[in-house]
Design a protein around this ligand. Structure first.
Ligand code: NAD
Length: 132
């Protein structure tokens, strides 16, 4: 599907896990479609490269080194986004961690907590602070 280069003009998009992979590609796609883009990720290096690509695609960008499992960090990321861009229109809550495919009996409690913490609680915390 082709998205028009003006489909998101005037809109603000917020993308987590924006430091690599799907999040990076999504952030650049929003910028190409005219959006201003807030990026959040644990990786400052990853964010730096994504921010460069978003700017190259024409989008004003805000890079936020944040952990989506921390409610304080998620809340401040959304506050900073509103402060910088004045609004929020769309979110891609994509941050996640890959778990090796293995039997449930072989997954440690720490691995389970990490996967649920990032992929599930992280998404909940983002929505909790984005919806208002
Ligand atoms: N790639 C696939 O084929 C595939 C398939 C199904 C689902 N997914 C899901 O899509 C999402 C993105 O996948 P990807 O392949 O781009 O993965 P990726 O590992 O390239 O990117 C994930 C990003 O999330 C960031 N991240 C991890 N924990 C974080 C945290 N606590 N706070 C903030 N950022 C954090 C990482 O630093 C990384 O930049 C993941 O949730 C993944 O589980 C991917």
């Amino acid at each position: 599907m082709t998205v028009s280069s003006t489909a998101f003009t005037g809109k603000v998009a917020f993308v987590t896990g924006a430091g690599s992979g799907i999040g990076r590609t999504t952030a650049v796609a929003f910028a190409r479609a005219g959006a201003r883009v807030a990026l959040a990720d644990l990786s400052a290096d990853g964010l730096r490269e994504t921010a460069r690509l978003v700017e190259e695609a024409g989008g004003p960008v805000l890079a936020l080194t944040r952990d989506v499992t921390s409610e304080d960090e998620v809340g401040s990321a959304l506050d900073d986004t509103i402060q910088a861009f004045g609004r929020l229109d769309v979110a891609c809550n994509n941050a996640g961690v890959e778990q090796p495919v293995t039997s449930a009996a072989d997954i440690t409690k720490d691995e389970w907590d990490r996967a649920v913490g990032v992929s599930l609680t992280g998404m909940f915390l983002c929505m909790k602070h984005q919806i208002p």
